[in-house]
Write a protein that binds this ligand. Sequence first.
Ligand code: HEC
Length: 150
Amino acid sequence: MSKFFVSIVSGVMLAVSGAPVLAHEPGTYESPIVEQRVVKFKQSGGDIQAVFKKHLPAGDASAIEAAALRMAIWADEMPDYFPQGSPSVGADKALWEDFADFESKAKANATAARALQAAARSGDTSQMVKAAKRLGGTCKSCHDAYRIKH
Ligand code: HEC
């Protein structure tokens, strides 16, 4: 793997997940809906990490396309997994005070994931790298506003 990829990976992973992260563990969920959304977020965390660490270095555009599609579908559904009255250690209560903003951040995430999907389909590596970084930026933007690192 080139230094180029290593530096993007560490930058984005820090931006997306923060470090160190003590996330929810099985048996520590506040409610079933919290468990469901955390499982989906963990999938996205794994997907974006794999995009930077594995699929981009390997030039595996079809794996990137599949990961981007999963993230896009989850981003579409995300607001439905945050009903009023579903607090958790990871979710800042502010998100229910300005839910329209939360929804717009989820929408930006979905749009960026679809842009990555399109870039993967084009087969152009530099477009994929750009789109993946932009996608990571939309994760970070919502986390900075509404996720509590715990
Ligand atoms: C619209 C807001 C929003 C977007 C967009 C978003 N997240 Fe999150 N994310 C959250 C919130 C809120 C939590 C905390 C959920 C909870 O604990 O109830 C979270 C939690 C997580 C977690 C921790 C799950 C755990 O183990 O507890 C990971 C990993 C994560 N997100 C990855 C991502 C990735 C990767 C992306 C982008 C592809 C992304 N998120 C996009 C709001 C968002």
